[in-house]
Design a protein around this ligand. Sequence first.
Ligand SMILES: NC(=O)c1ccc[n+]([C@@H]2O[C@H](COP(=O)([O-])OP(=O)(O)OC[C@H]3O[C@@H](n4cnc5c(N)ncnc54)[C@H](OP(=O)(O)O)[C@@H]3O)[C@@H](O)[C@H]2O)c1
Length: 232
Amino acid sequence: MKAIVAGATGTLGLRILKRLVQDADVTSIVTLTRRRLEPGGESAKVTQVDIEDFLQANDATDRLIGDADVCYWCVSLTMDPSEMKRVVDVVTIGGIRRLLDARTVGRPLRLVMLSGHHVIHAQDTAPKDVPNRDFLILRGQADVFALETAQKQPALLETYVAKIGGVERPERPLSDEARQRMAQFKVPLIHVDDLTSALVFVGNGGRHIAGQPATVLSNDDLLACGRQASSV
Ligand SMILES: NC(=O)c1ccc[n+]([C@@H]2O[C@H](COP(=O)([O-])OP(=O)(O)OC[C@H]3O[C@@H](n4cnc5c(N)ncnc54)[C@H](OP(=O)(O)O)[C@@H]3O)[C@@H](O)[C@H]2O)c1
């Protein structure tokens, strides 16, 4: 199996990458990042591609990514409004278009998009009082693009949007204040190891349901996937 990890230098991207490096079924991995991987992410299986080079169509990158089975999209957004728009439009939506344009094989790419619990997909039904609503709407546009593209072109793309809650990491415990804020806004929690297992389980096809090319996974769904992953 060939995997792509976009944002592999980040907290979650690097964890996913390390899992894939250990997975005997994964034979090669392409990372899309704006800086070099730190030790721990490097392996003979891994080819590092600069994400800006990837965004400019070129044959060399197309050959590398055109036959991938799965892509984990772990690029995060900044709160700076102009940069945020670029990350949504140019990096993420542009990046998904590039992945599809480069396709050389007749099976769909499984795209696992890392998103957030409160990210807004349907403006009319979203709570009006949620903090950073504009950010969450803009952020949701990338998810909606990926979901709608999979609905329209199921032979090319299968999308899973993971609406992740607060991530508990033993090396960096959440402060009491952060916990209180999450409780106030009803953000559920998930342990980083369960989350990583869940995302890799989904990426390996564990949540595939025939005829369902676009799926949104709640934090509870991810907890269930994490449990399923550890029971196999
Ligand atoms: N961690 C959590 O608690 C949590 C909870 C819920 C949802 N999520 C979502 O999960 C995803 C990953 O989160 P994370 O915590 O792993 O994020 P992170 O540690 O901030 O890593 C983000 C990754 O995106 C890359 N990136 C950021 N801006 C970029 C740009 N303009 N161009 C190219 N690459 C860019 C970063 O590159 P550099 O390393 O070069 O900066 C890094 O590789 C995000 O979408 C986040 O919202 C995370």
